[in-house]
Structure formats: C-alpha cells, structure tokens
Write a protein of this length. Structure first.
Length: 233
C-alpha cells in the first residue's frame, strides 16, 4: 500500500540518498574552503594552472571566467575551460586543484580517452531519460495495472540516467589523476601543496559517488513501487 497511503519507499531509499548527497556536498565545500585559505608558494592562479596542465597534456584550450561558485567546467564543443570566480584568479591550493581537474578533462578530449567518449555518447539519450522518465512513471501509476508497460518504460528511461552517472565516475577520477600528475611533474605545486589539492579533488569525487548512489536508490525505489503495485492487483 506504499504508493497510495504511506510511502515507505521514500524513507527506505530516498532518505539515505539525501543524507549521502548532503554529506558529500558539505565535505567538498569544507575541503574547498579550507584550502582556499592556503596560497601556493609560486603564486600560480587557477587560470594559469589550467593552461599549464592542458598544455602539458597536449590540449589547446581557451580559459575564461564564469559567474558563480564551483561552476567550473570544460566544454569539449568549443574547447573552453570555464572557471568560477573563486578559481580563475585565485592562487590558492584549492583553486589550482579544481582548475587542473577541468584541464584534465580537456586532455581527455585531446587524447580521445575512451570512457569520456562513452559518457559523451550517452548525453543525448540521458537528456531524454531525465525529462521523460518520471512523468511516464507517474502517469503509469495512475493507469490500470494492465498498462504497467508505461511504468516500466519510464523506469527503463531512468536507467539511462543511472548508466550516465556510473559512466561519469571513471571519467572524473581519471581527470583528477591527470591533474595531480601534471601539477606534480610541472612543479606547479610543492609536495605538501599537492597533498592539499588531492584532498580537494577527493572531496569533489565524493559528490559523483553520491550522485551515483542516489540514482541507483531512486531506480530501486521505482522498481519496488512498480512491483508492489502488481502484487496488490
């Protein structure tokens, strides 16, 4: 009776997902805040670090500032690294680490890193899945049980979202590894500074793990709701 009365699936699946997601967000903000107060000895800014890491890996990119906090990203369509206000002009260990990570993505694109290609190929179908999955599931739940195929079609589409989240993990981890290697071999960061950058990047990786965890639990919730509905028929 979970869907029509007390939705126990929300507490079973979504509450843990929310807790893990919030914990990951707090962790990354705490790590970034801590190492934002630690300036690099060489005074290299985030923009300079991104440029150096990209060049080290053989990528040619344009680097620009973008509004917001932790809104940093790499756009493979135009080979642009966008760095947030807290990163672009800052010479902190945190800023250099985040900027280097985005440059790591540009290197992946330049060398044709296979998992990155898989992730990029999933983007169009994932966009469809993220837009249509939940509406289809909700519509199907209000239809007679013989129309369960609508619910399962929505669940299948949401499965694409889960697949994308899982495909994102190796891409993000690899970008951080490339960043750390470049920062070390170019001498941009001293060993103790590099340790701080690693902590920031590890914290950032936790947010992707949390996103995958939440997506998996959401998918399981949908399956349990769908199965329970058929059992009640």
């Amino acid at each position: 009776m979970g869907f029509y009365y007390f939705d126990y699936t929300y507490f079973l699946f979504m509450v843990p997902a929310i807790i893990v997601t919030l914990a990951a967000q707090i962790y990354v903000k705490s790590a970034f805040s801590r190492y934002s107060r630690v300036r690099t000895r060489r005074g290299v800014t985030g923009a300079q670090a991104a440029d150096a890491v990209a060049r080290f890996g053989g990528a040619e990119v344009m680097i620009r500032p973008v509004a917001g906090s932790l809104t940093d990203n790499f756009d493979p369509r135009n080979h642009v690294i966008s760095l947030s206000q807290d990163v672009y002009g800052s010479s902190s260990v945190a800023a250099v680490g985040v900027a280097a990570h985005e440059a790591g993505h540009s290197v992946q694109d330049a060398v044709g890193y296979a998992p990155n290609k898989v992730r990029s190929a999933l983007v169009p179908v994932t966009n469809i899945g993220s837009r249509l999955s939940v509406p289809l599931i909700l519509i199907g739940l209000f239809l007679p049980v013989q129309y369960d195929f609508v619910v399962y079609a929505g669940i299948a589409l949401y499965g694409l979202v889960v697949l994308f989240e899982l495909a994102t993990l190796p891409v993000e981890i690899n970008a951080s590894r490339r960043a750390v290697k470049a920062l070390d071999e170019t001498g941009i960061l001293a060993p103790d500074e590099l340790a701080g950058a690693k902590r920031v990047l590890t914290a950032a990786a936790m947010t992707y793990l949390a996103a995958s965890f939440a997506a998996i639990l959401t998918l399981l919730r949908f399956l349990v709701i769908a199965g329970g509905r058929r059992d009640r028929d």
